[in-house]
Design a protein around this ligand. Structure first.
Ligand code: KG4
Ligand code: ZN
Length: 332
């Protein structure tokens, strides 16, 4: 049983092939064009998907040694994401499914980030909690089964990935700044500077305040010392990262306490952050949790996770009709 999956929700064009529950290939074409604009430009992203999709799919099929006529279903990301980007993947998937006369499977991108945990062992046991942290979302998800998930906490404003990227921009670092903050933070002192932790009710988050706090902090310090950022870059990055990680783990700890669940996972682009990975591993040991952290390749956007989600839908015959259209704000 072979599934071809396509991911095109933001600025990565990706295709993967899954055979009988196992990922055979996962090809990702990143779009470097956005760096010069300091963020993803939706129209440029759509065009780049249009250029990449055929070669990326061909590579995925070749790498997996699966010819098109051996495919049993085509999966695609229906949302959430950028409309123009989603349309490219959805249209391609529909056309191919129609041509091959095989079923079409729609996948929710955020559910797929969670299901990246089933690509390879060790896999979490149900029910588990998944902190899904990306450029567009910050969610604590209660996962009861492969396709039975509930968001029990989320951000009221910016996503944590956005907080990383916007902080990086204030430090004059190129987009996407998250990985660069991570890199510089590794050589800095996380307690060098203090930023306020937002107080939010229950399991919810807020990250817009920290961005403003960093803005004022940098403005005050560079007023008399224009070289302040350059001279303190590693300490500033380490302190920002420390604050963001504390905010995430504080709520995760509360979620574990309130639900009594000790199987804890992280997913999404920000789960690639070394500070978060280390702090969660340590917290897990203290709390007696079983902690699950995906391989880097499966943290940021990829089609392998879309294929994994599609596999569970395929087993349940959850297919999609040809009149489906993308949903930029698709919910669970
Ligand atoms: O899941 P993802 O690839 O795309 C979305 O669905 O949004 O997440 C992208 C986000 C960006 O904000 C990026 O800066 C952040 O993940 N990110 C990181 C790291 N790697 C990626 N943030 C902090 N540290 C990292 N190492
Ligand atoms: Zn994502």
């Amino acid at each position: 049983m072979n599934i071809l999956a396509i991911e095109s929700s933001c600025d990565e064009t990706s295709a993967a092939v899954l055979s009988n529950g196992t990922i055979r290939s996962n090809v990702i074409a990143a779009q470097l064009i956005h760096e010069q604009y300091g963020g993803v430009v939706p129209e440029l992203a759509s065009r780049a998907h249009q250029q990449h999709i055929v070669p990326v799919v061909d590579r995925a099929l070749t790498d997996a040694k699966v010819p098109k006529n051996s495919l049993n279903a085509i999966a695609f990301t229906r949302g959430p994401g950028l409309l123009g980007s989603l349309l490219v993947g959805a249209s391609f998937a529909k056309a191919l499914a129609l041509a091959l006369q095989i079923p079409l499977i729609e996948v929710n991108h955020m559910q797929a980030h969670v299901l990246a945990h089933f690509i390879e062992p060790p896999v979490p046991a149900f029910p588990f909690l998944c902190l899904t942290v990306s450029g567009g979302h910050t969610q604590i998800v209660l996962v009861r089964d492969y396709l039975d998930m509930e968001i029990i906490g989320q951000t009221h404003d910016d996503a944590v990935g956005e907080a990383f990227d916007k902080s990086a921009k204030l430090l004059n670092l190129p987009y996407p700044g998250g990985p660069l903050i991570d890199k510089y933070a590794q050589q800095g002192n996380p307690l060098a500077f203090r930023f306020p932790l937002a107080e939010m009710p229950g399991l919810d988050f807020s990250f817009s305040g920290i961005k403003t706090a960093i803005l004022y902090f940098l403005r005050d310090n560079t007023k008399h010392d224009p070289a302040f950022i350059e001279q303190n870059l590693t300490d500033i990055c380490a302190s920002i990262q420390y604050t963001l990680v504390q905010m995430l783990l504080g709520k995760l700890k509360r979620a574990a306490r309130e639900t009594g669940i000790r199987e804890i996972a992280i997913a999404g682009g920000v789960s690639a952050n070394s500070g978060l990975r280390m702090a969660l591993t340590q917290l897990g040991q203290e709390q007696g949790w079983a902690v699950y952290i995906p391989r880097f390749e499966y943290c940021t956007d990829n089609a392998a996770m879309i294929a994994m989600a599609a596999y569970y839908k395929y087993l349940r015959h959850e297919f999609t009709s040809q009149d489906v259209s993308p949903m930029p704000r698709l919910e669970f």
